[in-house]
Write a protein that binds this ligand. Structure first.
Ligand SMILES: NC(=O)c1ccc[n+]([C@@H]2O[C@H](COP(=O)([O-])OP(=O)(O)OC[C@H]3O[C@@H](n4cnc5c(N)ncnc54)[C@H](O)[C@@H]3O)[C@@H](O)[C@H]2O)c1
Length: 329
């Protein structure tokens, strides 16, 4: 069975990717420092506790595991925090990735799938957003992901490190039975925050701006189910099996939902009403962002299968059975 080292495999997306890898016949081995990860989310899989900011730590893990490929999820991901503490972000996201790639190259492990983001594009100039959109990251977070993508370009040419960079849009949802899901601290994403309001953990929900030129005046984003995203990683891995390449793909469903449409779906699924407040626009929020996913469909033969309702239903199962997240397990 092919071994895949999953950095950040105790985190939200990495833990779901491990389950999908197993379903698809791979053996995932987690590498995580557990700063934001949860050992409970790793379950049956082997975990190596280590930190990417230490070259020896990641090199030793690679020597021990000798994986056929790596999926690289580990990073810091808070946009506002990155603006306040950019050094922290460059150190973890850029130096951590450099250590990983360097050790892989030394050990001749030559396949990697990297978690990138549509934050590399910043405010899009065209909709839907294609991979040809110009890069204008608006935060150190987006910039660090772009730097790592560029590293992968050069490392392919110089060292033959094959890579697929997946630029995620808005990731949401949980494992369909609700057994593992999203537990970020602090939580900043709209779907968990709105579900916390349904559960009474928050008094009301705030939408920032309802005067954008969108369907109902609120921001529109592309929401992808985390299980669909995990399958995109497996498609990328399979592609790397027989292609010597570095390439990049948007991963989104190719359509947007407004904040009010999300709230409406949450109220329908939970059958709970709650109050929604409208506040001023936040600086830097683009009115509308959604992906053109033609390239990934054509080349990696990947298709999203889950709907917005599936996303909300799975997240609701996870949050209602784990109201305090992994602390409940
Ligand atoms: N969640 C989203 O909506 C979203 C959107 C776009 C891109 N991404 C990217 O996807 C990836 C995973 O996101 P997530 O939501 O699962 O985040 P997460 O915080 O739940 O998971 C990240 C994991 O990486 C680990 N980690 C961080 N730094 C590490 C280090 N130096 N050494 C070892 N382990 C380390 C953390 O402990 C955590 O378990 C990130 O790279 C993120 O930038 C996420």
């Amino acid at each position: 069975m092919k071994k895949v080292l999953v950095t950040g495999g105790a985190g939200y997306i990495g833990s779901i990717a491990c389950r999908v890898l197993k379903q698809e016949g791979y053996e995932p081995i987690v590498f995580d420092n557990l700063e934001f990860g949860h050992s409970q989310s790793v379950g049956e899989f082997e975990i190596i506790e280590g930190d990417l900011r230490s070259y020896d730590s990641i090199k030793n893990a690679l020597v021990t595991v000798r994986p056929d490929a790596v999926m690289h999820f580990a990073a810091y991901l808070s946009v506002p925090e990155s603006v306040e503490h950019p050094i922290k972000y460059y150190e973890n996201n850029v130096i951590g990735s450099l250590n990983l790639f360097h050790a892989m190259i030394e050990l001749q492990i030559n396949k990697i799938v990297f978690s990138s983001t549509c934050a590399t594009y910043g405010q899009p100039t065209h909709l839907p957003v294609t991979e040809n959109e110009t890069f204008k990251p608006e935060s150190p977070y987006g910039q660090t992901k772009l730097v790592v993508e560029q590293m992968l370009d050069w490392f392919y040419r110089a060292y033959g490190l094959n890579s697929i960079r997946l630029r995620y849009f808005n990731v949401a949802g949980a494992w369909p039975d609700g057994s593992i899901g999203e537990d970020h601290n602090p939580e900043v994403h709209i779907i968990p925050l709105a579900l916390f309001t349904s559960m009474g953990k928050r008094k009301s929900f705030t939408i920032f701006g309802n005067d954008y030129s969108t369907i109902d005046g609120t921001n529109v984003r592309d929401y992808i189910h985390v299980v669909d995203l995990a399958y995109a990683h497996v498609s990328a891995l399979n592609y790397l099996e027989d292609h010597s390449v570095t390439d990049y793909f948007n991963v989104g469903v190719g359509a947007g939902y407004s904040n009010l449409q999300i709230i409406q779906m949450i109220k329908q699924v939970t059958t709970i009403d709650f109050s929604v407040e409208i506040a001023a626009r936040r600086p830097g929020d683009a009115p509308e962002i959604y992906a053109d996913n033609t390239k990934i469909k054509n080349i990696l033969k990947w298709e999203p299968k889950y709907s917005l309702r599936d996303i909300v239903e799975s997240a609701w199962k996870w949050h209602t059975t784990h109201p305090d997240g992994y602390k409940d397990m």
